[in-house]
Design a protein around this ligand. Structure first.
Ligand code: UDP
Length: 471
């Protein structure tokens, strides 16, 4: 790209949850800061074509180039004992020679490399080409705080205290992380995770997909120049919320159905790009939705097979249709009030629809931000990874969500508890404060991203550093 513009390169590690915010960051650097951007995508899926990528993010700018690095195949070296973090690190590692060659072949070498938090292995390439190196944390600041604090804690605190005695983890200046919420890789003392924490701290800057009004306490702690025991040494830039924009042209059965529903009357239920429930839990959720007497859209996936209740419905554990695992008569009884969608739905378009009044979510961070920017209150139902921390941020630190005390996978949340949570966020007086808070944060998010807003300014500082680096 020979443009006379400041050129930066971004690296997205495998997974749509990482790619979506990285693409949005690239688009913002182009449209708001006049940069030219190349996004390198590490993928293990050779069939993930460029046209599919364009579809997810409607890239139309001449100054934004998306380069799919040759697909890496680690399947021969991976068995069930190798966790997802290690797999991710292996894939990024394998992709480094291609990244190196691609940068070397560029007419204008990028001034900076911005990698998502699972791709810090690529910092060696930035160092080789003497580029500025930034990390983009695509989740929240509290998780960043735990991640960068982890390596310190590993040395200082007796393992028994927080793992065996279930004591909370105290991160200086931040809310403590309860044992039940803690990221599972932290509890397993995963070396890859702790190394990630150390590497993040070596960056020239850390960009986070959050904004001031969302996490004021944690961001203040991360900004504390005295750094009382809390790494990182690098400055932290809250630049969010960056979410995938709606595709205006996208219509279809779900959105047409929503057009016919009253304002804020529909609950949207989804567990992200891959979350599943047990067979028992699926039934309780169905009956909870029915008992709540609220309208709903439910993105349904077949229950996990190793659940004993699965055999009640289908002895071989294979489901051909959702009639095989939803309670008998459920679809007929709820067809006037609800829509059951198999596997995938146009989420950002649904959440921005005026008929949506609530979101029952696994609280992946992209989904959480998509809910907030649309002013939609949530029921948080975390399943894995850092989702339990996200749930606590949303329900307890910010107050835009409610949650069940009986969290999966510890037990099955019953239909009555589910119906009560749904009524709370959708209609009951008890949920008024939650509904008001999320609407307030919706306008704070707009302000943060507008010219002169906190997130706008934070990214402008990074852009300025890159511009100075060019001179
Ligand atoms: N998504 C979607 N339709 C679905 C499920 C998910 O469009 O049926 C999108 C959603 O809008 C979000 C992303 O996929 O942008 C999921 O990311 P998140 O961080 O919420 O969770 P993950 O799937 O990575 O656990």
């Amino acid at each position: 790209m020979q443009t006379g513009k400041v050129h930066v390169a971004l690296v997205a590690s495998p997974g749509m949850g990482h790619l979506i915010p990285v693409l949005e960051l690239g688009k913002r650097l182009v449209s708001h800061h006049g940069f030219s951007v190349t996004i390198f995508v590490v993928t293990m899926d050779a069939s993930l074509s460029r046209s599919q990528l364009l579809k997810v993010s409607e890239i139309t700018d001449d100054f934004l180039e998306v380069v799919l690095l040759p697909a890496v195949d680690i399947s021969a070296r991976v068995d069930k004992t190798i966790g997802i973090l290690r797999q991710m690190a292996m894939m990024v590692h394998e992709a480094l020679p291609s990244l190196q060659s691609a940068i070397l072949a560029m007419e204008v070498q990028p001034i900076a490399l911005i990698v998502d938090m699972f791709a810090t292995e690529a910092f060696v390439v930035a160092e080789e080409f003497m580029m500025l190196k930034y990390v983009f944390v695509t989740t929240n600041a509290w998780f960043l705080a735990l991640t960068v604090h982890g390596p310190n804690l590993d040395k200082e605190v007796d393992r028994d205290d927080h793992i065996n005695n279930q004591k909370p983890i105290h991160i200086p200046g931040c809310e403590p992380v309860r044992f039940v919420d803690c990221y599972e890789q932290f509890l397993r003392r995963n070396k890859v995770y702790f190394r990630m924490g150390t590497e993040i701290s070596t960056a020239d800057g850390i960009l986070v997909n959050t904004f001031y009004d969302l996490e004021p306490r944690t961001l203040a702690a991360l900004h504390d120049t005295r750094k009382v025991g809390l790494a990182p040494k690098a400055p932290v830039y809250p630049i969010g919320p960056l979410v995938r924009p709606i595709e205006q042209s996208l219509r279809g059965e779900v959105l047409s159905w929503l057009d016919m529903q009253p304002k804020e009357s529909v609950l949207y239920v989804s567990f992200g790009s891959g979350g599943t429930l047990s067979a028992k839990q699926t039934i309780e959720l169905a009956l909870g939705l029915e008992n709540s007497q609220q309208r709903f859209i439910w993105v349904v996936r077949p229950p996990v097979e190793n659940d004993s209740a699965a055999t009640v419905f289908k002895s071989n554990g294979v489901y051909n249709d959702f009639r095989d695992y939803l309670p008998e008569g459920f679809l007929n009884r709820t067809c006037k009030n609800g829509l059951v969608v198999p596997k995938w739905a146009p989420q950002t378009e649904i959440l921005s629809h005026p008929s949506i009044g609530g979101f029952l979510s696994h609280c992946g961070w992209n989904s959480s931000l998509e809910s907030i920017v649309n002013g939609v209150p949530m029921i948080v139902w975390p399943l894995y990874a850092e989702q339990k921390m996200n749930a606590t941020v949303l329900a307890e630190h910010i107050g835009v969500a409610t949650r069940s005390k009986l969290l999966a996978p510890q037990g099955v949340v019953g239909r009555d508890a589910i119906a009560a949570m749904i009524r709370k966020i959708m209609v009951d007086k008890e949920g008024e404060a939650i509904r008001a808070k999320v609407k307030m944060l919706k306008s704070c998010a707009v302000k943060a991203l507008s010219n002169g807003g906190t997130s706008y300014n934070a990214l402008a500082t990074v852009a300025e550093e890159c511009t100075i680096g060019m001179q």
